[in-house]
Design a protein around this ligand. Structure first.
Ligand code: ZN
Length: 421
């Protein structure tokens, strides 16, 4: 049993982030948080943290690509160029199982170094590599929702798998891995995007996800070029959201990556089906796809998580992705008419999006994302700059979001187990 001492940061809602000074967090042997007390540090022998330390819920990265871990920061492309020059060769490498296993090890080390305890990640189109990556996640203790990427057209032949074969392979992987690792691992059926998938494939995904109770990951409305391509291929549909809705793909288990170009009617459609959008602000800027209107998405009632979108986004440290979300909103505010009418989210909302809000968007809000009794013990012990402790609470919440750095993370726990790089 571990004990963590320090100041607890507790995002409670999009508006409220509590700070509990001199707290002590006891972890149970079953991997859950036993209790959180304040006022007195525990002196038990296995206690970590203490004076100057903060205890945060582990970060949740709800959209990224394992095969692109070592392709971060390659600037100079728009979305389609990027897919061709960077993504295709990056995924092709995963055909080599030893490479896939090695990259997965480096990916997990990268997540832990950056305080990310839960990922909702895309795999590659290779079933064997997907299985190998799951093996690594299981052994290293990462919490992950993951799956084989599905595309059977408009993608290089070597990276396409025919619908029937891909669905069979995905079903086998889902049966093996969904709920494995004491529930830490879940399977996601992952049709890449509308233009790369046949209707047979999409219908199969909907049926299997429903049957096995799995997530569906995909990309929507990422850029205006992508929306043009969707309209060219599916002239009977307004856009990819309309298509996915008609195919039955939108539901409470669906995670829609990006959603930069959603119109008001699409927002209502997504919210009405209780699908979640993963906001990827660093990627949207990096590939110049656009500025997602987070405030309008939220007003429509869409559940939102944040994604690093590695490697379309170059930044794996999720607090900086939250900062980019705030800065994107500020950029939209600068251009809003009238200028002051755009309500920029606060740093407290940034923390919520990294933790409990993301957990809710993943339907895991009752299990992870909070430092509370009964929750899975996914926690970070960090040692930020000491002056932050002297600020009023609201300023602490802000300064911590903007200034925390990965090298200030001292311990990472997932399901109560201390994990290392
Ligand atoms: Zn993506």
């Amino acid at each position: 049993m571990h004990t963590l001492n320090g100041t607890v940061l507790q995002p409670r809602s999009a508006d409220t982030c509590d700070v509990i000074a001199n707290a002590s967090v006891q972890l149970n042997d079953d991997g859950k948080i036993a209790e959180v007390t304040s006022g007195k540090a525990s002196t038990s022998g296995d206690a970590v943290g203490g004076e100057g330390c903060w205890i945060l819920p582990g970060f949740i990265d709800a959209h990224l690509h394992v095969s692109q871990w070592d392709r971060r920061g390659l600037d100079g492309s728009s979305l389609f160029d990027w897919l061709e020059t960077i993504v295709h060769p990056a995924e092709q490498r995963m055909a080599d199982l030893d490479f896939a296993g090695d990259l997965a090890e480096r990916f997990v080390a990268g997540m832990i170094t950056n305080g990310t305890t839960t990922v909702a990640a895309f795999g590659s189109p290779f079933a064997t590599a997907t299985d190998r990556v799951f093996d690594v996640f299981a052994r290293r203790g990462l919490r992950a929702i993951y799956g084989m990427v599905l595309n059977d057209m408009n993608w290089p032949d070597a990276l396409c798998v025919p619908a029937d074969e891909a669905l069979d392979q995905s079903r086998e992987l889902a049966v093996k891995w969904h709920g494995a690792g004491d529930g830490r691992l879940q399977y996601a059926f992952s049709p890449r995007m509308a233009t790369c998938c046949s209707e047979t494939l999409l219908h199969g995904v909907v049926a299997l996800a429903e049957m096995i109770d799995c997530h569906i990951f995909t990309h929507v409305a990422e850029s205006s070029d992508q929306e043009d391509q969707v309209r060219d291929r599916f002239p009977d549909y307004i856009d990819d959201v309309d298509l996915f809705d008609d195919m039955g793909l939108l539901g409470p288990r669906t995670l829609l990556g990006h959603g930069v170009c959603l119109s008001d009617s699409q927002r209502r459609q997504v919210a009405g089906k209780q699908a979640s959008v993963v906001h990827c602000p660093t990627a949207n800027l990096f590939l110049e796809s656009g500025l997602m209107d987070y405030v309008s998405h939220r007003k429509a009632g869409i559940r939102i998580a944040l994604g690093s979108s590695i490697a379309a986004g170059p930044e794996p440290f999720m607090p900086q992705v939250a900062v980019a979300a705030l800065q994107t909103a500020k950029a939209l505010k600068v251009h809003a008419v009238p200028r002051r009418s755009y309500p920029v989210p606060t740093p407290a909302e940034g923390w919520w999006l990294l933790t409990r809000g993301a957990a809710e968007a993943l339907n895991m809000g009752d299990r992870i994302g909070a430092i509370e009794s009964g929750y899975e013990a996914d926690c970070l012990v960090v040692r930020p700059e000491p002056w932050i402790a002297d600020l009023p609470t609201e300023q602490q919440v802000s300064a911590l979001l903007y200034t925390l750095r990965p090298q200030q993370i001292e311990h990472v726990f997932i399901a109560g187990r201390r994990v290392g790089v």
